[in-house]
Design a protein around this ligand. Sequence first.
Ligand SMILES: NC(=O)C1=CN([C@@H]2O[C@H](COP(=O)(O)OP(=O)(O)OC[C@H]3O[C@@H](n4cnc5c(N)ncnc54)[C@H](O)[C@@H]3O)[C@@H](O)[C@H]2O)[C@@H](O)CC1
Ligand SMILES: [K+]
Length: 501
Amino acid sequence: MDDTLYTVAQVRAIEAGARAQLAPGTLMRRAGEAAARYALELLGGRRDLPVLLLAGPGNNGGDALEMAAVLADTGIDATVLFPPGQRELSEEAADAHARARAGTVGFIDMLPPDGEWGLVVDGLFGIGLARALEGEYRDLAALLADMRCPVLALDVPSGLDADTGMPVGPDGIAVRATHTITFLADKPGLHTADGRDHAGLVRVEALGIDPATLPEPAARLDSRAVFARCLQARRHGSHKGSYGDVAVIGGAEGMLGAPLLAARAALYAGAGRVFAAMLGPHPGVDSVQPEIMFRTAAELAFGSRTLVLGPGMGGSAEAMRLLAQALDSTNALVLDADALNLLAASPELMARLARRGAGAVLTPHPLEAARLLGVTAATIQADRLAAARSLAERTGAVVVLKGSGTLVGRPDGTLLVNPTGNPGLATGGSGDVLAGLCGALLAQGWPAWEAAAGAVWIHGAAADWLVEQGIGPIGMTAGELPAAVRAVLNRLVREAGAGRP
Ligand SMILES: NC(=O)C1=CN([C@@H]2O[C@H](COP(=O)(O)OP(=O)(O)OC[C@H]3O[C@@H](n4cnc5c(N)ncnc54)[C@H](O)[C@@H]3O)[C@@H](O)[C@H]2O)[C@@H](O)CC1
Ligand SMILES: [K+]
């Protein structure tokens, strides 16, 4: 699977390189043909269903015109909505326009109120959108939300920034497509922030460009290939000591749930032994999961345990002392929730984190990331990739920026965008499960990068597995995730070892 993601600037450079070697209009023709093939697929091969194509003023509109001409040639009733006043077409878009006019394509300049379509195609704007959708374009984008048929976006859902996954411009809106066929290369904005909601299912169409000639991508999609080498089948001759200890440090008074969820996740993800080291009073035993060993945080010997700090930890002086001690240790660390808030409030602790070098994974949600960088959560969301990069660089840690299309970044600028998961994870405690899962993978010897990438992918895949069984997304609980994580992890290990005797 091609997992590469390119910025708009990179795509423009790839385009310029390709154009120089091809006859004029070749890329647009290929884009139109590929989109028409995909449309036929989405129509289930039926040629009796009418297709509406919205064509904008730029080359994205040119793609739509080219596509309309191809669809009409195959006998499909294709209608192009080409808003009036768009007369400054590029040469290739003008050619596409002429081809569509010469065939049986119908042209309209207003959306009929009673139109019934088998498919609607969004060819208003692609990567050339320079400001928020306004006027009739905005109205059209909004109208597409009410379509009862599939909506196929060409290249990028109109209005969406392909770099960031946010609508372009203040108060901008973007088309919500069910499918997107994106040209030349995949783009990060289709997979993070609001991107997944707007793009739907993404198909990449390389337009005949050999992927081997592409430059180093700005980011990649997270996939099992990133952590495949860590998926080891268990040896018969092993014992609990072979799989590491995880100690979850948290649970200030009244905040027992978070560390328990993290501890259960660590157990179900295969840690040899799991400790819950509580700052506040604790029950002594978890009757649901009696395998978890309770300790008072102040008395916990760190030893060589993997430490998961933060779930329900609070902001006490004791919490701060434990965090400082952990930062000064050489133990593998996951820092979550309150540990991140403490870090954000203390330049001194931040300096210790930066000094310690590798071996720490930070798992902020956008608000925690905002506190760490001293900005607002809206600023983080406005460019999640930049935020994840900047946090990883400043802290020297592997950073997991949570949210739709979770990002995993490391200090050298390498960035992953996670494609698994669903809105069922938008529930209290799912972050605690992620932290515990990541801790368990570290405890089993996975390096920080693989552990973070693996935890994020598996956590999302576990939620997807639950949804497949009718458990969520509405009402999925964090407590249901650890068993699903276990199922996914075992399946991955089985599949990685398939073929071995
Ligand atoms: N990059 C490539 O190699 C290829 C690009 N193709 C298509 O071309 C697209 C890029 O084409 P363009 O650069 O022409 O860009 P777009 O088609 O995305 O739009 C740019 C046009 O819209 C106008 N515009 C920008 N923002 C506006 C706004 N808010 N309201 C009204 N008008 C606005 C601009 O003045 C310009 O005329 C790609 O997304 C893709 O669909 C394809 O033809 C295939 C090859
Ligand atoms: K579009």
